[in-house]
Design a protein around this ligand. Structure first.
Ligand SMILES: [Zn+2]
Length: 415
């Protein structure tokens, strides 16, 4: 079975400060996508899952780094299987092309292009497109006809791409940036590559939502930084970039997200009022203040108790309970709850790579959606809560009379 390595950081990955305060401890957990067979249970590894606040720049971050090569290779997430996500990215590409009058034939790129979900959203033949994807998922983008560089993006690669392909007019990276340890090198690479009037669009889960809406299950080992504008503005200034527009979007790849538009510091692009508005909102909110985060951790612990009470109540009534979908964040929640197969007898999934295995840490069998239907289970803990509306409308489980236990932000049963 696969062996994971762990490395410990001692300083903030943006400002280098060692003034780091832990505020959320979710215990020792296996890497969130490390589904295992029954024979592998004994050798399973766990690593601390703990979030720290940098008192100097306000970046929330993990300092225990599980080696990323191991994490990314096997369960390379194929984004295009999600129709909701395709529609979301179509909106992003259409918006960027319309707002920034990107000329025909200009170079447009997606860093962390996965199976080509973003590149496929561009009007055919109008732009020169390039994907960057270190994992094997890039093969699917290549099969769809895209040019893909299979490497991790950093300052060196950004400079090389500028030489080999020319400067980039529009570059996107969605749900990638928060997964990178050396984000300074990543941002510097974009600065090296960006055309004078080029735009970098980044999307990531917003720390303020994570805290206010209690989305603590977005904490897992692959997710190294919990981002907000204040620390990012500092990072950009360090590498010759600046943010000039920001907006909140309800549906990113893993829930509500921030969409940030960044340009070269010397670019003629004017700064939108949204930037100062968000910076002052974050200051008022207390982005560098530990009290805000300790209160969050207390609410997380209370919510855990409430979810467990709800599960116990159903069990006392003689109901069997399953879980629905097995995304990375679902494993954070299951491990933090401390449940096992006695509490949740199975998790249903449509990913063939996971079916037949056990969930990491909690060892709950993963079954197919059809097997869940055949089991006549009445209740399922919805681990992919960000798709609640979609599953309420479309899932066979609900059509067959099943009900979801929605864990966050308030544990409730729907419909
Ligand atoms: Zn810092």
């Amino acid at each position: 079975m696969k062996k994971y390595g762990v490395r410990r950081r001692e300083t903030c990955r943006i400002c280098g400060s060692s003034h780091l305060e832990p505020y959320l401890d979710l215990g020792d957990q296996p890497p969130s996508n490390s589904f295992i067979s029954a024979a592998e249970v004994a050798g399973e590894q766990r690593f601390p899952l703990r979030v720290y606040l940098c008192r100097q720049c306000g970046l929330s971050q993990l300092l225990d780094l599980v080696s990323s090569e191991d994490i990314f290779d096997e369960y390379a997430y194929l984004s295009s299987t999600s129709r909701a996500l395709c529609a979301h990215y179509q909106g992003l590409v259409d918006q960027a092309l319309a707002l920034f009058s990107v000329p025909e034939g200009a170079l447009c790129a997606d860093i962390g292009c996965n199976d080509g979900i973003m590149l496929n959203r561009y009007p055919a033949g109008r732009m020169r497109l390039l994907g960057i994807e270190p994992s094997s998922a890039g093969e699917h983008a290549r099969a769809a006809g895209h040019q893909v560089v299979q490497e991790f993006f950093d300052a060196k690669l950004g400079a090389r791409l500028a030489r080999e392909h020319g400067r980039v007019s529009l570059v996107t990276s969605t749900n990638v940036f928060a997964h990178v340890d050396d984000i300074t090198s990543f941002a510097r690479g974009v600065a090296e590559w960006l055309a004078d009037d080029g735009v970098w669009v980044i999307e990531f889960p917003y720390l303020v939502d994570t805290v206010d809406r209690l989305y603590f299950d977005t904490v897992y080992h692959e997710h190294l930084s919990y981002l907000a504008l204040t620390p990012l503005a500092r990072l950009f200034a360090q590498v010759g970039l600046r943010a000039f527009r920001v907006e909140r979007v309800e549906l990113g790849a893993s829930g509500p997200a921030l969409r940030l538009f960044v340009c070269l510091d010397g670019s003629a692009r004017a700064e939108d009022a949204s930037i100062q508005a968000m910076l002052s909102a974050e200051a008022d909110w207390g982005i560098t203040e530990p009290q805000r985060y300790h209160a969050f951790a207390e609410r997380v612990a209370e919510t855990r108790q409430r979810i467990l009470a709800l599960l116990a109540e159903l069990k006392a009534k003689g109901e069997t309970v399953a879980a629905y979908c097995a995304p990375a964040k679902g494993n954070t929640l299951l491990n933090y709850l401390g449940v096992g197969p006695d509490d949740i007898f199975a998790v249903s999934e449509n990913n063939d790579l996971k079916i037949g295995k056990l969930t990491p840490g909690t060892h709950i069998p993963v079954i197919s959606d059809q097997d869940l239907l055949d089991s006549k289970t009445g209740y399922a803990l919805l681990l992919a809560w960000n798709y609640l509306d979609f599953f309420l409308a479309h899932s066979d489980f609900i059509k067959a009379g099943g009900r979801f236990i929605v864990p966050l932000p308030e544990p409730v049963i729907r419909p």
